[in-house]
Ligand binder design. Structure first.
Ligand code: DX5
Ligand code: ZN
Length: 232
């Protein structure tokens, strides 16, 4: 089977006056998912998109909506985003008080369930949750803003998660989010990531669709280490 990385452009880095256009550019560039960063001003020091924006993007795009909930009370937001067309609901380990229950609820709502780990959160947060998650989102910046520099120290955690996931035969996706560009995407791929969220390196470029294509080329270049099967 051909190995293929999943690319998920993050629309918060796009021109907010034209989010529909951002979705169109993602499709034109061959993106697999559209990543929506939901920030509540409590869990992170910023405010972004709510369910209405998600609903509008659902209408504007055929791509699966990958909703990243950076909110203090994720349980309250699962149903509104599921109803607004989310395909995947990712909650933060640091915010989910009963993470197993929250992840099960995301699946019961018909979505895939993801667990995000801040840079300083240990991978041991996953220890009893592997069967409950379809995606692990490793933050490679402190969440809150697009355009921050990649934290190299997190690569070792990606490697440990990959090793553990392989030992368990876990079938989910291992994603990285924050400061992902050509170079850092390749570092993450080599550490075992198979799914790449990218904001500034796509939408703060002159030609976002071309930027997605060139990120794909960088990941599929040469050594055949791109991981994962066909995009879910
Ligand atoms: C950070 C968000 C990221 C961000 C990525 O809090 O979760 O998804 O939009 O943007 P870049 O790729 O610019 O770091
Ligand atoms: Zn994100």
């Amino acid at each position: 089977m051909a190995l293929r990385a999943v690319l998920a452009p993050s629309v918060i880095a796009a021109d907010w006056a034209s989010l529909g256009e951002a979705a169109r550019l993602a499709e034109a560039g061959g993106a697999d998912w559209l990543h929506l960063d939901v920030m509540d001003g409590h869990f992170v020091p910023n405010l972004t998109l709510g369910p209405d924006a998600c609903r509008a993007l659902r209408r504007a795009s055929r791509l699966p909506l990958d909703v990243h909930l950076m909110v203090a009370r994720p349980d309250e937001w699962l149903a509104p985003f599921a109803e607004a067309g989310a395909g995947r609901l990712t909650v933060h380990a640091e915010a989910a008080r009963h993470a197993g229950r929250t992840l099960a609820r995301a699946r019961a709502l018909g979505c895939e369930a993801g667990l995000a780990l801040n840079p300083e959160t240990s991978e041991t947060a996953l220890e009893y949750l592997w069967e409950a998650v379809d995606l692990v989102l490793v933050m490679t910046v402190s969440p809150g803003f697009a355009g921050q520099p990649f934290l190299r120290g997190v690569l070792a955690k990606v490697e440990r998660l990959r090793a553990r996931a392989d030992r368990l035969g876990w079938p989910g996706r291992l994603a990285v989010d924050g400061g992902i560009d050509h170079d850092t995407a390749r570092l993450c791929r080599d550490a075992g990531a198979d799914t790449f969220v990218a904001g500034a390196s796509v939408y703060r470029q002159a030609d976002p669709a071309a930027a997605i294509r060139s990120l794909r080329e960088a990941l599929e270049d040469g050594d055949g280490k791109a991981r994962g099967g066909a995009p879910a």
